[in-house]
Design a protein around this ligand. Sequence first.
Ligand SMILES: *Cc1c(COP(=O)(O)O)cnc(C)c1O
Length: 363
Amino acid sequence: MGGNELKYIKDAFYTNWISQYGSNIDEFENSLEEYLGNSSHVTALSSGTAAIHLALRLLNVEEGDFVICQSFTFVATANPILYLKAVPVFVDSENQTWNMCPDALEEAIKYCIQQGKKPKAIITVSLYGMPFNVDDILQISRKYEIPVIEDSAEALGSKYKGRPCGTFGDLSIISFNGNKIITTAGGGILISRNSDAKRRALFLATQAKDNEEFYSHSEIGYNYRMDNIAAGIGRGQLETLEEKISQRRKNHDFYQQTVKNNGNIKLFSAPNSDFYSNYWLSTIILKDTLLKEKLKAEFSQNNIETRYLWKPMHLQPLYKDYKFFGNNLSGTLFEGGLCLPSGTNLTDNCRARISEVLQNEIH
Ligand SMILES: *Cc1c(COP(=O)(O)O)cnc(C)c1O
């Protein structure tokens, strides 16, 4: 927690708005709309996963529909496709951004069309904060007239060609789960390009109650609205966002200095100045799996936690039987990759300990 979170929570208590209504929710949405710009309309929700689910509903995804999805991601990107009994079609990553490969995407679209059904949506991800290859992906989206859902769960504060992530999709989402760059404990937003979509999202997020005096319901809704306490935390957190981005980017600079002359280890970094990453997590690729496990064990012995990269969806027991397009670059990245300590609270002492392990281990 950074600054004013507790003050906004207290406001909610004193005004007795312990509810899914209240000024923290309105103010949090307004601040995010201002931050994102580009006529963004923000709906505050209980999670990023809920936002993806609603995005699919807004695009009328139904049972049996194809939805194209980046394979290299956290499982929450894909699960809402199955909530709706739709059919995921997974697409591999490209080397520059680790995100959706345009060539494999086009292959996947052609496959779906051959099956007699144009996909209802393309879900792109900006993994670890790195923006996806926006121009190429949006061009394909326009060519085939398939809307994009932009999963920017990890990419608040990242930019592509100076424009914020979360503003590129027909619908976009950001997460405020406890592990993200700013948090509301649990929460997320759906970002739409017009107010009609926001109205529809709000309707579905609050049990789809018809405009009647009594409780009338014509379609299925959800209890997905963010509450006024969480939104209070979010307001305080948002005020500290720039500082948190700067700290995460400093972590990345530190790792760059530490591994720069090392042939066995490659730090994942922006390919060029079009891509501005919040570096939510700093990640590396080792020469091979053996070296990765050795390094991970060494860190662990020194009481330093590292984590594996997301395991791609096409390699998951839950999803392995669905179609996958690409050359398994994401699988290779998973085999050799590691997430390094990346918190906004890394001290110089932490850095020195991490540096020592990296220097000793990699020669
Ligand atoms: C965290 C995350 C989500 C889900 O967000 P929640 O708020 O935890 O539901 C979705 N996609 C990606 C890539 C994530 O990292």
